[in-house]
Design a protein around this ligand. Structure first.
Ligand code: GDP
Length: 388
């Protein structure tokens, strides 16, 4: 997992924290890349030797501002530095690369597509992106950066998973505390998704465990992906399952099965029809993957199969996979849905529209200020001459 720029680094840090907290083993190795020294120093969980400062000759550790063209240039110039950090990773042990970045800024916005292109050339493992869109109130330049980076990033990765800050912004929240909560939401969703691929089949008592090849197959074919999530608290005392089994006859068992199945199908609906990481129309999705996670006794094949069928109908896709991710000690049953190859995304069209307007405005303002400066510096009758 490679976090590029400030947002990329912070989300990477959160993934590492999640791994430690939950005991999952999602991140085989972590590298953070930035042109701002202070941002790299602010990370907590990324090993110091895996923090790469690029562009020192150009920006002296101060970052590129919101200049993503400069971000792309320095990434290209200093790609060997990033390679140096990747060299310490046993790449043959990873299933894929994941490059994380906020697309509205400079370093990550420009650098993430450059790095992805490079990784695609050097390695055979798939290269995925996780791109974060700016919220609308960040203004024109961020929107323009994001629109241009999005176009480039999609082209350079095997799949771009998108998270839209705008859909997750809460009013009246400070930016910092807001980001922290948002980053938790990001990691929760992608943590379950990627964590599912780490379970050894046959380990926990699972009926049909999702393995990493199913995630890879869902993402293969390229394009843009979004993720849905829904969860419900459940009582998780192993005695309750035993008790009900001791007490009950066949009827009660049937009821349990029916409850479990219904819970799963309703979570699948909530996850697909609720707030997605990138809001979009799910009809027309090319491929999908449903992961149900929670204590094994709350997971059953029937529920997952029904949820999967329902997803097939809703998306019109013939390629909907499903499976479970048993987590014995969890107090929740959660459903995560990866919708891969979505194409009906009004938010992207709107982002592009605003970006084009911003681009036109910037051009206009530049021309105007050139004229104004000329008006100031030159005398009206052109009687004065510069020295040289
Ligand atoms: P960079 O360091 O130049 O790559 O730029 P940043 O990563 O600071 O900012 C790029 C964009 O990412 C911003 O416009 C925000 O939309 C977003 N962003 C910044 N920090 C965070 C964060 O911690 N979480 C999330 N979700 N988005 C962030």
């Amino acid at each position: 997992m490679i976090g590029f720029g400030q947002a990329g680094g912070k989300v990477l840090d959160k993934f590492l924290e999640y791994d430690k907290r939950s005991g999952s083993d999602i991140v085989r190795a972590a590298v953070a890349v930035n042109s701002a020294k202070a941002d790299l120093m602010g990370l907590e969980h990324v090993p110091k030797e895996n923090r790469v400062l690029i562009g020192q000759a150009r920006v002296k550790g101060h970052g590129v501002g919101a200049d993503n063209e400069l971000g792309a240039e320095i990434a290209e110039e200093d790609i060997d530095e990033v390679q140096g950090a990747i060299d310490s990773i046993p790449v043959h042990e990873v299933d894929a690369f994941l490059v994380l970045a906020g697309l509205g800024g400079g370093t990550g916005s420009g650098g993430a597509p450059v790095l992805s292109k490079y990784l695609q050339r050097i390695y055979t493992e798939p290269v995925y992106g996780l791109g974060i869109l700016p919220s609308q109130d960040e203004g024109g330049i961020y929107t323009l950066n994001a629109a241009r980076s999005f176009q480039t990033f999609v082209r350079e990765v095997d799949n771009l998973m998108v998270f839209d800050n705008d859909a997750w912004r809460k009013t009246g929240q400070s930016v910092e505390s807001g980001y922290d909560e948002i980053n938790e939401e990001i990691v929760k969703r992608f943590g379950i998704l990627f964590g599912a691929g780490e379970i050894e089949p046959g380990g926990e008592v699972a009926e049909s465990v999702v393995d990493s090849s199913e995630i890879i197959n869902t993402l293969s074919g390229g394009g843009v992906s979004t993720v849905g999530y829904a969860a419900e608290e459940v009582e998780n005392q192993s005695s309750s399952g035993l008790l009900s089994r001791l007490k009950g006859g066949g009827d009660e068992d049937d009821l349990d099965v029916a409850n479990t199945t219904n819970r799963i199908t309703s979570l699948v609906r909530k996850a697909a029809l609720g707030r997605l990481t990138l809001p979009c129309e799910i009809d027309g999705t090319e491929r999908a993957l449903l992961v149900m996670s929670g204590p094994p006794k709350y997971l059953n094949r029937k529920g997952i199969e029904r949820g999967r069928k329902w997803l097939e109908e809703q998306t019109g896709s013939m390629e909907v996979r499903g499976g479970d991710y048993p987590v014995s000690e969890s107090g929740f049953v959660a459903g995560v849905i990866l919708l891969s190859g979505v194409t009906d995304v009004p938010r992207i069209k709107q982002l592009q529209q605003v970006a084009i307007e911003a681009q036109d405005n910037i051009e206009e303002i530049k021309n105007e200020s050139e004229e104004n400066l000329y008006g100031l510096v030159e005398d009206d009758e052109d009687e004065l001459e510069p020295l040289f």
